[in-house]
Each structure stands twice: as C-alpha cells, then as structure tokens.
Design a protein around this ligand. Structure first.
Ligand code: NAP
Length: 370
C-alpha cells in the first residue's frame, strides 16, 4: 500500500482526495514538525479521511514561500531543512492580512490558516481568515488569552481549533468540548500544565539549588531561551484561562493570581545576568522545599480555576499523591463531581504539539468535506 501511494503522481493523489489549502504562519520548532507530519502523514490522512493538505504558503517573521497551486512534498522538506540551517525562506513577505487576501484572490476556498508563531497581535489575520470562510488552527495561545472583549469571538466558534494550546498533544480541549457538548457543567479545573516547571520542581526535591535546577533545565532545552518566560507563570496562566473561557467563564487574566518564581527586580537583566543573579533565589526556595518536605509534601506548580477566578503558583501536594509526579489536567464537573476526570501523561514537545495541530486540521477537513 505504502509503495502504491508513494508511486502515485501528485496529480492523481490530488484528484483522489479532498484538497484543503493550508497557510502556515511560523516555521520554528512546531512549524517544522508540522510540515514533517503533513508529509509523513499523507497516506494515513488520505486513507482514513480522503484529505490532502495542500500547503500554499509558509511564512516566518520576515519572509514567505507562496505557491497557490500548492507545494510538492520535496519543497516542504526543503523548507524544513532551510529553516533548520537558518537559511532564508523564499522572498520578503507582505503582512498577514494581505497574505490571506492574496489566497482569496487566487480563488482558494475552505482552507486552513495555522498559527504556530508565538506572536501577539495575530487577531486581524485570524479574523480575515474567518471572514473569507476558512478555518483557523492555533498552537499560539495569545489570541485566545487576550482581553475577553476581543478573544470571546474565538470561543464557541466551530471554525477555530486549538487542541495544542493546552497539554500539547493530549486530548484536553477535545475532552472539555465533549463535556460541554453533553451539558456537563464544569465546576473546577486544576492541573500541572508546565513540563518545564514540573521538571524544576522534581529537581528541587533532590536538594538541588533552585538556580542549578533552572540552569539544568535550560541546558537540556526544556526552558524557553529566556527561562523567565517559564518561571513567570504567564504561559500556565494563559492555558488555564483558555480552559476557563471554554467552560463558559468570561474571565480575564486579572482574575487569576499568578505567582512568579523570580523577583521583579530580575526582570530587566540579560539572560546570562539573570542566570547568575538567580542564585539569590536559592535560600528562600530551599526553605520552602524544606517546610514542604517536613510536612510530607512536595512543591508543584499548580493552576486552579473556577467560575470566580483562580491561581497559578507553587502548592504543596502530598508526596505520595500520584498527581505530584504527573503532568495532568483535571476537570471536576456535574457528572465527575466526587472523582474528577483526569487527563495525564507526556504532553510537551514540538512533535506532540504539531500532532495536536495536525489532528485539528484533519478534524476540520473532515467536517467541511461531509
Ligand atoms: N514548543 C512547544 O513544545 C509548544 C507546546 C505548546 C504550544 N506551543 C506554542 O506553539 C507556538 C510555536 O512554538 P515554537 O516552539 O515553534 O516557537 P519558535 O520555535 O520560536 O517559532 C516561532 C516561529 O514563528 C515565526 N514568526 C515570528 N513572527 C512571525 C510573523 N509575523 N509571521 C509569521 N511567522 C512569524 C518565527 O519566525 P523566524 O523563524 O523568522 O524567527 C518562527 O519561525 C508558540 O505559540 C508556542 O507557545 C509550543
């Protein structure tokens, strides 16, 4: 079967399956993994869903490749290689809204715009895509976690998919959607939603000073290039805010208390300066760990939310609790009131995140073809 499909000329594969034009904003870790999965998943996606994702544009921060008839898989693989080796992509790009307009003028319909950037301010691009009848798939949380007044149009919108925004590839959003679709009221959401902070907390348990745990996580590539982006808790806050908004709570970021794991006085240092200065955080963190251990608990970075608001920060969990060592999200609902519904397991990483995006694309494609 494998050989048959690979030997098929692209033109035949195109006519055999429903073509979905795709524009991808972002060609970083997740964007490249997504391109790889689109190419490697051709046969499965065609066999199971009779779909063909026709990538017509890939844009990074400055440049883009545009091919309204769609790029061959060899070109997509060349994009991955070029970005990996820091070569330039195509030509200088127009702004995002113009890109969508150009696709509409080229007669491309029922396509998907994928946002795998980490940008704020993508809303006009997403709105333009929705206005011309396309779907939007997001790994980027910023538009969903912006002020409620602007973000609310992306919730309860069947053409906006964002499985990867919480839990990487874990089916967190799909599960919450199912609970909501079947009229199960959401009472409380809780979870350890940062693999990076989970790792650091576990290293603190072994007696490692906080600054060294941060340095280690950075050296392994677990943190953002600037670890303060993880330690500040905003990314976790965005995740729980997105879940709360899906649950029907029109909350804003101000409704969630965020505990940053570094002092504001360290905010303006360069990354190397911060790495050195973070040693000043060691004694107070060591004290907190000691108190937690004395009470048979461990510190974990936990997000909690209900209709009234919530918090994101360090919490002492029983050391023997299964949750202490699990990246999890739990939903307490009308039906799961005494025993919350739990989703746990590995969720982070570019490949899991890209799989969540790819899954959303398939879901959307299946829906518009039926
Ligand atoms: N990495 C994960 O495990 C993970 C997990 C869950 C969610 N996410 C989310 O997924 C998104 C992507 O993550 P990542 O790790 O792939 O980030 P990344 O490696 O930093 O890549 C970001 C990409 O966005 C591009 N970009 C910046 N401005 C742009 C613009 N105006 N138009 C188009 N592209 C633009 C960058 O272009 P250049 O190449 O020119 O710099 C880069 O290719 C983020 O929102 C992140 O929070 C990531």
């Amino acid at each position: 079967m494998d050989k048959v499909v690979r030997a098929c000329p692209r033109a035949i594969i195109l006519t055999m399956n429903k073509q979905i034009p795709v524009i991808i904003f972002g060609a970083g870790g997740v964007g490249r993994a997504l391109l790889q999965q689109i190419v490697e998943g051709r046969e499965t996606v065609a066999t199971r869903n009779q779909l063909y994702f026709n990538v017509v544009a890939v844009a990074d921060s400055r440049r883009w490749l545009w091919q309204p008839a769609g790029m061959a898989d060899e070109q997509l693989l060349a994009v991955i290689q070029a970005k990996k080796t820091r070569q330039n992509l195509g030509v200088e790009r127009p702004d995002g809204v113009t890109i969508i307009e150009q696709a509409a003028q080229a007669g491309l319909e029922n396509g998907i715009v994928v946002d795998v950037t980490a940008l704020e301010g993508m809303e006009p691009v997403l709105d333009k895509a929705l206005a011309i009848g396309w779907g939007v798939v997001l790994a980027n949380k910023k538009a969903l976690a912006g002020p409620w007044a602007t973000a609310q149009r992306y919730f309860n919108n069947p053409r906006v998919r964002h499985e990867s925004t919480v839990g990487g590839g874990q089916p967190v959003i799909a599960t919450l959607r199912y609970l909501l679709d079947t009229s199960d009221p959401i009472l409380r959401i809780e979870g350890q939603m940062s693999g990076t902070l989970g790792y650091i907390c576990q290293r603190l348990d072994t007696g490692l000073p906080f600054s060294q745990a941060i340095a280690e996580a950075k050296a392994f590539g677990y943190t953002e290039p600037d670890p303060r982006e993880d330690l500040g808790g905003l990314d976790v806050m965005r995740k729980i805010l997105i879940l709360g908004r899906m649950a029907g709570w029109g909350l804003d970021s101000a409704d969630i208390a965020v505990e940053s794991l570094y002092h504001p006085s360290l905010a303006h240092l360069s990354v190397p300066e911060f790495m050195t200065a973070s040693r000043a955080l060691d004694p107070s963190m060591a004290d907190r760990v000691k108190v937690a251990h004395a009470n048979n608990t461990v510190l974990r970075y936990v997000a909690e939310l209900s209709a009234e608001g919530g918090s994101v920060g360090l919490k002492a969990l029983p050391a023997t609790s299964g949750l202490a060592n699990l990246k999890y999200i739990s939903f307490q609902t009308g039906r799961y009131e005494d025993e919350p519904l739990l989703i746990g397991g590995k969720g982070a990483g570019v490949s899991m995140t890209a799989a969540g995006v790819h899954g959303d694309m398939i879901d959307f494609g299946r829906e518009i073809t039926n």
